[in-house]
Design a protein. Structure first.
Length: 133
């Protein structure tokens, strides 16, 4: 016969010490001067050199802004979407959540990979496509 699990020490501890009244209030403040919604990080934006060292010290070059052909990137970190291209031909909610997770860490450049522009130019049969069949 099946028995219900006993409420051992971990559960007793949780019930005694972790009540709604003792839970700290955490406010999710948005980052200012960013074109997309992302929570503010303490002490600053991820992927940036802001406020990470004392005044007058040198920041790592990979965190410094730079420009290529008139396009300014806020750091030198570039990232592809890590082989997430096989998707019944269309970007899904999974892909959007995956890309959102990457952008919250603020790479300077994010690439969406393998977007086919013609049917006969697909690498895989289910690559992302900008059209519906």
């Amino acid at each position: 016969m099946l028995q219900a699990p006993s409420l051992g020490p971990p559960y007793a501890f949780r019930r005694k010490y972790l009540t709604l009244d003792s839970t700290p209030h955490i406010e999710n403040k948005p980052v200012h001067d960013v074109s997309y919604l992302t929570p503010a990080q303490i002490p600053n934006l991820p992927g940036s050199a802001e406020n990470q060292r004392s005044v007058g010290s040198q920041h790592s070059k990979r965190l410094q802004p730079f420009a290529i052909l008139g396009v300014t990137f806020h750091n030198r970190i570039g990232l592809s979407s890590l082989c997430q291209h096989n998707a019944e031909g269309h970007i899904t909610n999974w892909h959007m959540a995956h890309l959102d997770g990457i952008t919250q860490r603020r790479p300077g450049l994010l690439m969406v990979e393998v977007t086919a522009v013609q049917v006969n130019r697909c690498i895989m049969p289910k690559d992302h496509r900008p059209w519906k069949e």
